[in-house]
Design a protein around this ligand. Structure first.
Ligand SMILES: NC(=O)c1ccc[n+]([C@@H]2O[C@H](COP(=O)([O-])OP(=O)(O)OC[C@H]3O[C@@H](n4cnc5c(N)ncnc54)[C@H](OP(=O)(O)O)[C@@H]3O)[C@@H](O)[C@H]2O)c1
Length: 338
């Protein structure tokens, strides 16, 4: 398989994505100041390097308008052929209340306008509260918009296996579910992956680098107090690591990842990403990008240059045997949001 084949995944017959997806939560605040112009320039860099797929949401600050502006620039400066290379996966995240057809129509209409597209490649639906049953109404109306062509594919985010099953059994076609999945958080392996395998649903994963904690930057370093972690993402996943084990165990994991990384002449982050990319049903790993602040484009291009072997995977899994069972502590995928 050549590098280009490894880089892409056919999520649907008419939608092929880059398997490393640029995550835009980081433009929503809490990750450093985002300079608009520098952000646009960085978006162009990602695009030119083949990272053409973006993950965003209506609740990620200016993310959807950034996409709209980037698309217009791309068309103006590079033409339609370049514009057609972009794929965008946004989310609709309504407050849990009674959902009417016009609420859904208005929500999707606003996303189309902000992103300057006639149809959404993938719309991922999030719902905060299963006790509020209106999520089924929302999905029915979203399905209708798919039939009308405003949405090309319907996905979910942070749904657990039980509710994913309820939705699929009601006849609503779901392309993907976006969930947290990393060497630290392997909850999807309990129920989600077996279900997705059976029903041909793809996973898009986040938290795979634990906000950057799974990198050389933290190897051999003392445990950082939460106040020293300067992004919301680092803070979020440090708490996850605390639930998983302690800093000593995390250092043992980093040491193992480092030796595997050296063997393949790549980085710890590359190994952590590759480990998840090679899991069943995983279509893509979303890696957060701090546009205009720092980019890891060159390093992340190496993800496609190697494959982990069984002994690599075994030594990673060996460390995990000493960790707590996050499925027992937190529950199935997405439970941390409820
Ligand atoms: N559906 C949901 O509920 C949900 C929740 C969270 C996230 N997401 C999505 O997933 C995306 C990913 O965000 P995340 O918060 O989970 O973070 P993440 O992807 O685990 O970590 C991103 C951070 O990792 C560091 N990094 C990236 N490549 C690296 C490399 N090659 N070497 C060293 N460090 C590297 C960077 O840190 P520095 O910038 O500090 O260098 C980057 O900001 C979000 O933007 C969003 O699109 C979705």
């Amino acid at each position: 398989m050549d590098i280009m084949d490894k880089r892409h995944f056919q999520l649907a017959p008419d939608l092929t994505i880059c398997r490393i997806i640029n995550g835009m939560w980081q433009v929503a605040g809490g990750h450093g100041h985002i300079d608009h112009e520098l952000a646009m320039e960085d978006m162009q860099r990602y695009h030119d390097s083949g990272f053409t797929t973006w993950d965003l949401a209506d609740i990620y600050g200016p993310a959807e308008t950034f996409i709209g502006e980037f698309r217009r620039r791309l068309l103006r400066e590079k033409g339609k052929q370049e514009l057609d290379k972009i794929q965008t996966c946004t989310k609709w995240v309504p407050q849990p209340s009674r959902i009417t057809r016009s609420m859904v129509d208005n929500g999707i209409e606003a996303a189309l306008r902000r992103m300057d597209v006639s149809s959404l490649d993938l719309l991922q639906f999030h719902w905060w509260d299963y006790n509020n049953p209106y999520y089924m109404d929302a999905l029915k109306y979203l399905s209708d918009l798919k039939d009308k062509g405003n949405i090309r594919h319907l996905g979910l985010t942070n749904f657990d296996t039980e509710h994913l099953q309820t939705i699929t059994e009601s006849g609503i076609a779901i392309t993907s579910n976006q969930i947290q999945y990393s060497i630290i958080d392997k909850r999807p392996e309990v129920k989600m992956i077996p279900f997705c395998k059976k029903h041909n649903i793809s996973l898009l994963t986040y938290g795979t680098l634990c906000g950057g904690l799974l990198s050389e930057k933290y190897l051999g370093k003392p445990e950082p107090p939460i106040t020293d972690l300067d992004t919301l993402s680092l803070q979020k996943y440090k708490k996850m690591i605390d639930k998983w084990g302690d800093w000593n165990l995390f250092q043992r994991l980093l040491l193992v990842l480092d030796s595997i990384a050296k063997k393949h002449k790549v980085s710890i982050s590359n190994v952590a990403t590759n480990y998840i990319l090679s899991k069943a049903t995983v279509a893509g790993v979303i890696i957060g990008v701090r546009l205009g602040i720092v980019n890891h484009i060159d390093d992340n291009n190496n993800i496609f240059s190697f494959s982990l072997d069984d002994s690599d995977r075994d030594s990673i899994d060996e460390v995990g045997k000493n960790a707590n069972n996050l499925y027992e502590i937190i529950g199935d995928c997405g439970e941390e949001y409820r």
